[in-house]
Design a protein around this ligand. Sequence first.
Ligand code: NI
Length: 186
Amino acid sequence: MKYPVTVYGDPLLRKKAKEIDKNYPNLEQVIENMWETMYYSDGVGLAAPQVGLPIRMFVVDASSGADEEPELADFRKVFINPEIIEITGEEWVMNEGCLSLPEIREDITRPDEVAIRYFDENFTEHEETYKGFAGRVIQHEYDHLEGILFIDYLSPLRKRLLKSKLLNISKGKVQPHYKIKIPVNK
Ligand code: NI
């Protein structure tokens, strides 16, 4: 089952997500639905708050980066209760998009390397370091669990230029090919 994607303007995207345990209801099904939603929407990552769930979990398929980084060919991972240990390395710019910000793409600067502790879908704990494309996507998805969106890294000028686009998104005046949940604005 595909979830509708929450978009800019939805308060859930600005909240800190909560940890879960292995008894979280229908966890296996939720993960499967997240994959289905992500692939259908042509995303490379998807965080639970983006499908209306305020929990610390995201999925990443970085295999599309395998052209330049062959080791990513099988990169398909579920991150549960992730905790960033350290973000290091040289900063670099990548043009980022986000399923919650349809029709917006911006050059975003981030450090290269992220050391992260997390549980996989079987609740096995891992501690790993990622860089390059995978490190980039993981930092972007992790931000969603903290209520951060990539537009938060833009200069005040860039942000001003996006103002009307953002307003349109928050009013549901965008038509991506995937289903969105139009924010209820009071
Ligand atoms: Ni995103």
